[in-house]
Ligand binder design. Structure first.
Ligand SMILES: [Zn+2]
Length: 367
């Protein structure tokens, strides 16, 4: 079984939009109140309040605030679950001794989604039926597959989306012995061990230009003005557009990799204290880890292997094992021992692939 999320745009009518908006604001109110209770309990008595304790108070809260009857009860439960998750993560960080930022309140404007964790919704034809909201038009731009588990309704820059998480049977692809190593690019998106360069699509740059324009526009508008609010919404849309384009691109590349290779080797950049020279890579990391998530679930679903190898020194070693130090600006690999002369990233990708083939213990032992 693997989990997937399908995201579709929904088109609520004006009255439905008002209902969605008020659901968000009730949820954010509940979220903040639940957070407050836990904060006080922790700060004053060093006590932790749990989910069951908060959930048991819901009937009482509803009796006091009749408006909450307009929100599906499991949606409210889920809001308390979110607080619970936030606190569990907080205590886990405290336990590990990490710098633990206390869970924060979320303003109405920044609280932008609510979840039906189990029931209360269904997709019927071109409509999404939501308990307490109604039949909302949905555009299924790709078919919904698998067993639907949860629904999250999201507001993004004045638009609404339905994110349906589903479980589906793994569909293994015919096996292949082909394997590939991938190096994260600084200029190109990635370089493969066979020398293929995967470039960032050209529309990226165009979208970035639009984004900068939208940012300047916001900066020029007077704070608190209607025109500024408009400009902020345009900026949010530009951000969403860039995000979606990147996701599309990641989906295409990851699909292609999983279809063609049995083993996919990448660097594990998620390690503390990486060697110097890794900064530039970690700047790209946000995009890279979103990409790897997509490779990971597609690989799992197709019965392929994704191997994360030790990232240390992948660009400072020759295939023959000789240490070949380079600065970031040195784009060419030249080995004085074996004479190998090649594109730096191409060599790195091959090193990454070779590390996926030897047991990790012996890789670690050599450093
Ligand atoms: Zn060499």
């Amino acid at each position: 079984m693997s989990k997937l999320t399908f995201r579709y745009r929904i088109y609520p009518t004006k009255p439905q939009t008002a209902l969605l908006d008020s659901t968000l604001s009730y949820c954010s109110e509940l979220y903040n109140a639940a957070l407050q209770e836990r904060r006080d309990a922790w700060r004053i008595n060093r006590e932790s309040v749990n989910f069951a304790g908060q959930s048991a108070q819901l009937p009482e809260i509803k009796a006091a605030r009749e408006e909450l009857e307009n929100v599906y009860s499991q949606v409210l439960q889920d809001t308390l679950h979110r607080v619970d998750k936030t606190f569990k993560a907080f205590f886990a960080r405290v336990k590990r001794g990490d710098k633990a930022g206390f869970p924060r309140f979320r303003s109405r404007a920044r609280y932008d989604s609510f979840t039906y964790p189990q029931l209360g919704f269904s997709v019927k034809g071109a409509h999404l039926c939501l308990s307490k909201i109604g039949k909302v038009k949905i555009k299924l731009h790709r078919p919904l597959q698998g067993k639907v588990k949860t629904l999250t309704v999201k507001r993004e820059a004045g638009r609404w989306f339905a994110c349906l998480s589903v479980e589906c049977e793994a569909q293994y692809l015919p096996p292949t012995l082909e394997s590939v190593g991938i190096d994260v690019g600084l200029t190109a998106f990635a370089t493969l061990s066979d020398g293929t360069e995967v470039d960032n699509p050209r529309y990226y740059r165009e979208a970035q230009t639009k984004l900068r324009k939208a940012q300047r526009k916001v900066a020029r508008r007077k704070k608190g003005s209607h025109r500024r609010r408009k400009a902020v919404q345009l900026l949010q849309r530009a951000h969403a557009h860039v995000h979606n384009q990147r996701a599309d691109f990641h989906h295409k590349i990851s699909r292609w990799l999983v279809n063609n290779y049995g083993v996919i080797a990448v660097e594990d950049l998620n390690v503390k204290g990486l060697a110097s020279g890794m900064l530039a890579k970690s700047v790209n990391d946000a995009g890279w880890s979103a990409f790897l998530d997509k490779v990971a679930y597609k690989a799992e679903n197709a019965g392929r292997g994704l191997v994360k190898v030790n990232a240390r020194g992948t660009s400072q070693t020759c295939l023959c094992g000789t240490h070949t130090p380079k600065t970031l600006s040195q784009r060419w690999h030249q080995c004085s021992a074996c004479g190998l002369s090649a594109n730096r990233d191409h060599v790195s990708a091959q090193i990454i692939l070779s590390r996926a083939r030897i047991p990790p213990s012996s890789v670690n032992a050599s450093h």
